[in-house]
Design a protein around this ligand. Structure first.
Ligand code: GUN
Length: 306
């Protein structure tokens, strides 16, 4: 292995400790307790785990939190009614509607309905517009967390060629904007991109956010590149574990115990070529939650003019 592993878990602990300290001061001096409402529609097991973890983190840092679970059959209008109620609720500073949403729900309508001042996911058109124009607003948590990772590891982005795989509202698009604002030269690749692997090979920085198991291979990256793996995919077959993990002992144990192990969008063996790599798990995932806490604290302060 040649790559230095970028420890997202460690950085997330630093960020959370900073949030916890500020939340404590806010409560002691002004009796303000930032509050987050997490909304989950349906029973996608991964979403349940993510939202559970977000709520638990709120509790551990001294934030108020509410979890709202709605049925898989929920309509756009029903979800809008809940969002409107949360917009009005004084104890709530941040509203998070977990993605993906069931097909019958118009996600654009939902994100546009969340008050921009409570939009801690940064998905509202006003906040996306502010990000595009480099104005202060709420920035989506995963890309914001990745920028924190660069900053805290002292990894310069300016002048570098960054290739973003994926153009989603959650990661790819805001990531490309943030990197552009940090003076990187940015290429966005997606499902229609031609000769994608020739493009990634030129990259100083690769952000893999396409949701495909081990999509980025050792052949696709320039030696020494910074590779950020946003993917969270499940492997549940022993043959797959043996195929993807050169160091498979612990992964097989995990498979035995939990029935699956996690793998990113980047082949684990890329650690022999990359200069820096985020592990899965323990890379980008924990940073997303830490930035959500930071955004909720920011929302609580802004809403009160602090
Ligand atoms: N699904 C995957 N990542 C996210 C996120 O950051 N926010 C929301 N709301 N849903 C997600």
């Amino acid at each position: 292995m040649s790559a230095k592993l970028l420890d997202g878990l460690k950085i997330s602990k630093e960020i959370k400790a900073e949030v916890e300290k500020e939340v404590k001061i806010l409560f002691e001096t002004k009796e303000i307790k930032p509050g987050l409402a997490a909304v989950i529609v349906g029973n996608d097991p991964a979403s349940q785990v993510y939202v559970g973890s977000k709520v638990k983190t709120c509790e551990s840092l001294g934030l108020y939190s509410e979890k709202h679970t709605l049925a898989e059959s929920t309509t756009t209008e029903e979800l809008l009614a809940l969002v409107n109620k949360l917009n009005e609720q004084d104890s709530i500073d941040g509203i998070l509607v977990q993605m993906p949403l069931p097909k019958q729900i118009d996600a654009d309508k939902i994100f546009s309905a969340i008050s921009p001042s409570k939009d801690v996911d940064g998905f509202h058109p006003e906040n996306v517009g502010k990000l595009a124009l480099k104005q202060n607003g709420f920035v989506a948590c995963t890309p914001a967390g990745i920028m924190e990772l660069f900053k805290r590891y002292g990894l310069a982005v300016a002048g570098k060629h960054a290739v973003v795989l994926g153009r989603s509202r959650i990661v790819g698009l805001p990531m490309a904007l943030l990197l552009t604002h940090s003076d990187a030269t940015v290429t966005i690749c997606h499902s229609k991109t031609q000769k994608l692997r020739e493009i990634t090979k030129e990259a100083d920085i690769i952000i893999a956010a396409i949701g495909r198991t081990a999509f980025v291979t050792t052949e696709d990256i320039k030696p020494g590149a910074i590779v950020i793996d946003v993917g969270i995919n499940k492997l549940s077959e022993e043959t797959e574990v043996l195929r993807y993990f050169p160091d498979y002992t612990k992964r097989l144990e995990e498979l035995e115990k939990k029935g699956y192990t996690l793998i990113g969008d980047v082949e684990p063996v890329c650690d022999t070529v990359a200069g820096y790599l985020t592990p899965v798990p323990g890379g980008v995932g924990p940073l997303t939650i830490a930035m959500l806490m930071k955004n909720t604290l920011k929302a609580a302060k802004l809403r009160r003019g602090l």
